[in-house]
Design a protein around this ligand. Structure first.
Ligand code: GRF
Length: 221
């Protein structure tokens, strides 16, 4: 990134792209100082591709079904992302398990959002699992991506109360509103140099952060 030029993002999606929309909106409002260089989907039918097009953002589709191995898909994906010379790669509902072929070249520049309070509930059906466990709170985590599925170091979490009568859908609706706030915020921290993934963990403003990330309620705003 050079001074005066907005940082460049690649956003990877598989579905509806509401987090992508949150990034588009955060950039439009000035909360996130960046530009989205490209939106890439593994799914040609992802509704989020239309959001990107509507916002004038170039799109690409790399269909995982065209590749016989995860590594071959990841190599094609990495080559496409690298061709856009981006500063940061945002996984926004990108529903593929990534191998080292993709993860290693982008270490420290690759973020994901996961709809649980990690380390609780990596993987799928997080809201249903939280309800079945009788949890009194749920939430969302933005984290650096490493080789462990949903196991990279957390950056920030936002918690919501589980309400009587909640279903996986009502809980998901409450959680995703928080995703849309904390994900662009974490990206802004990284792009303005406040946030780093170091060998000792995640640092914000030069200080190591808690193992579960910053609690959004503690963020000055
Ligand atoms: C979000 O719940 C996100 O946490 C998860 O996938 C979903 C993507 O939603 N990784 P959207 O496509 O951004 O609307």
């Amino acid at each position: 990134m050079s001074a005066g030029t907005p940082a460049r993002l690649a956003i990877l999606i598989s579905g509806r792209g509401s987090n992508l929309q949150a990034f588009i909106d955060a950039i439009a409002s000035g909360a996130l100082e960046a530009q989205i260089s490209v939106v890439i989907s593994n799914n040609p039918d992802a509704a989020g591709l239309q959001r990107a097009t509507a916002a004038g953002i170039p799109t690409r589709c790399i269909n995982h079904r065209d590749y016989t191995t995860r590594e071959a898909f990841d190599a094609a994906l990495a080559a496409e992302v690298q061709s856009w010379e981006v500063d940061l790669v945002i996984l926004a509902g990108f529903m593929r398990i990534l191998t080292p072929v993709f993860v290693q070249p982008f270490r420290g520049r690759l973020l994901n959002v996961h709809p649980s309070l990690l380390p609780k509930y990596p993987g799928l059906n997080t809201h249903q699992r939280a309800l079945e466990a009788g949890d009194r709170e749920a939430g969302v985590t933005v984290h650096f991506v490493t080789l462990e599925l949903d196991g990279g170091p957390p950056i920030i979490q936002s918690r919501v109360a589980v309400m009587p009568g909640d279903t996986p859908q009502t809980l998901a609706d409450r959680v995703i509103a928080r995703e849309h706030i904390i994900y662009p915020l974490a990206a802004q921290w990284l792009l303005c140099g406040r946030l780093q993934l170091t060998d000792k963990g995640v640092c914000l403003d030069g200080q190591a952060i808690p193992a579960t990330g910053i609690d959004y309620q503690q963020v000055d705003r």
